[in-house]
Design a protein. Structure first.
Length: 132
């Protein structure tokens, strides 16, 4: 951005709308994860299910839920990455590099929020029918 102008209040309404779109990812991510796995498997989202005895389950019972959990995590991380990339695009089109900062931070927060945890995996395992 060699000829970048300082961030001004002269942003058009279309730019402001474009800046709000990544905020919708906060609502989309749990819905997508719940539709794919039956549980959002996110921190601070929904009830925490009592963890099943993961150590007592055989590998065949664990493979499908773990694969599903990793798939929904990757889809959610793709939304987080899209938020950051979206910020770079808006900043580039408006020739104002500072516009990228809030969306990059937002993308990082979404990625940290979805970091795989044992509690999240336990939510997905709790939704699986037991084969015992």
């Amino acid at each position: 951005f060699p000829d970048a102008q300082p961030l001004t209040s002269e942003l058009g309404p279309e730019t402001l709308v474009l800046l709000l779109i990544p905020g919708a990812f906060l609502l989309i991510i749990p819905l997508v994860r719940r539709s794919m796995a039956g549980a959002s498997a996110l921190p601070l989202m929904g009830p925490q299910f009592p963890p099943k005895a993961i150590d007592d389950m055989n590998q065949d019972d664990l493979l499908a839920p773990i694969t599903m959990y990793m798939q929904i995590t990757m889809v959610g991380l793709a939304f987080a990455e899209a938020s950051a990339i979206f910020g770079f695009i808006v900043a580039f089109l408006n020739e104002q590099p500072l516009l990228a900062a809030p969306l990059v931070v937002w993308g990082l927060l979404l990625a940290v929020w979805q970091y795989p945890t044992r509690a999240g995996l336990s939510q997905v395992l709790a939704q699986q029918p037991s084969s015992t």
